[in-house]
Design a protein around this ligand. Structure first.
Ligand code: PMP
Ligand code: GLU
Length: 385
């Protein structure tokens, strides 16, 4: 199993900064906003109300009810308490699902680019990641034909995120329906729909695979508060799933971590019960930063860009630079290019290799406007040399 490249790059950035280097960190997918005050206040209240004991393994009932209400309100999805499990981040939700679902050798289809941890979590559960390549030309979307071609008798699951980390692509309802039409012919395949960027969507309505009646019983909907609520360090994620999968995740979690942090759970009740309008100011800022970074990046020759439709990443194809030597620095692949940007432009990014797309690199624009402007200026200068 390899180290998380996103976290490794974040650690390297911290290290270089500590050495006094003026690095602009566009590597980690982490909102630069503070957690909203109304959520912080709920956490302080929870401490004062002496929420300090172990919680139910699958989460406080009040939180599960808030999640059930959120699924209904935002997604039109009906889940009951037996179908919801709260975990220590969506990352644990995903790991739980992999561990309870996969037998050794079971295949999991991962449209590329996929989020960095999917392949490693699948491998940890002794499953086999099956990568389905997409590219800038196909707007990073897997087609129904590609899905059909990737299915074998060993296929157990399909995992994807929409809005996507790292490409920013968003599947429309029609596109999801076309994928579902393939899946209905293969009733043993379970879908993991990672919707953690749901609210950070610039093109329209968010669509969920579980909204299709003929798919509902086979979909695990993963979500969490890290991104839209600026709560990465609070570590709360959750699933809505068929009851038997939720029950198995509950059992797994009960032997590994127990219930998620009690204070964070109480705060998330308040976060999820609030209208989405309370966090709209952050989404609006991401939208204007998207325009800023795309406009500036478009001026840099050699970057092939697909305009991201959601999340807070841009994933340009930089293969134009492969085989070239820039200022004495030989660029063989995206990892070299990402290291070149770190060393010569002092801008941290993540290589596309980590996401199964070795022609690309990922920029997170969850950073201030000043940082984005300065980063693009530095990259332009470093390349013009
Ligand atoms: N899924 C995707 C697509 C992500 O980008 C992240 C970011 N960390 C996660 C899941 C995990 O989120 P967390 O564990 O912070 O809830
Ligand atoms: N999801 C974020 C990212 O992709 C956070 C880092 C991580 O959890 O890997 O950068």
């Amino acid at each position: 199993m390899s180290t998380s490249q996103t976290l490794a790059m974040a650690a390297k950035t911290r290290e270089l900064k500590a050495e006094g280097k003026d690095i602009i960190g566009l590597s980690l997918g982490e909102p630069d906003f503070n957690t909203p005050d109304f959520i912080k206040e709920a956490a302080i209240q929870a401490i004062n109300d002496n929420y300090n004991s172990y919680t139910p393994v699958d989460g406080y009932v009040e939180l599960k009810d808030a999640i059930i209400h959120k699924f209904k309100r935002d997604n039109g999805l009906t889940y009951d308490r037996s179908q919801v499990v709260v975990s220590t981040g969506a990352k644990q939700s995903l790991a739980n699902v992999a561990m309870v679902m996969l037998n050794p050798g079971d295949e999991v289809i991962l449209p590329c680019p996929y989020w960095v941890s999917y392949a490693e979590i699948v491998k940890l559960a002794e499953g086999v990641p099956v990568e389905v390549p997409t590219s800038v030309e196909s707007d990073f979307k897997m087609t129904p034909q590609q899905l059909e071609a990737a299915i074998t008798p060993k296929t157990r699951m399909l995992w994807y995120s929409s809005p996507s980390n790292p490409s920013g692509m968003v599947y429309s309802r029609d596109e999801l329906r076309a994928l579902a039409d393939v899946l209905v012919k293969h009733p043993d395949i379970i879908v993991v729909s990672d919707e953690i960027y749901e609210h950070i969507n610039f093109v329209g309505e968010h669509a969920s695979m579980a909204q299709f009646e003929d798919m509902y019983d086979r979909v695990v909907t993963v979500n969490g508060v890290s991104k839209a609520f600026a709560m990465t360090g609070w570590r709360i994620g959750y699933i809505g799933a068929p009851a038997e999968i939720a029950r198995a995740c509950n059992k797994m979690q009960g032997q590994i971590t127990s219930g998620a942090n009690c204070i964070a759970q109480r705060a998330v009740i308040t976060a999820l019960e609030a209208p989405v309008s309370k966090i709209q100011y952050m989404i609006d800022r991401f939208k204007s930063r998207r325009k800023l970074i795309i406009d500036l990046m478009s001026e840099i020759p050699g970057f092939a860009i697909t305009e991201p439709e959601g999340a807070f990443y841009v994933f340009p194809d930089v293969s134009y630079f492969f085989g070239k030597t820039i200022n004495g620095y030989e660029i063989k692949d995206a990892t070299d290019f990402s290291m070149f940007l770190l060393e010569k432009a002092l801008v941290a990014t993540v290589t596309g290799d980590a996401f199964g797309s070795p022609n690309c690199i990922r920029f997170s624009y969850a950073a201030s406007e000043t940082e984005i402007e300065e980063a693009m200026k530095r990259i332009k200068n470093a390349l013009s040399e």
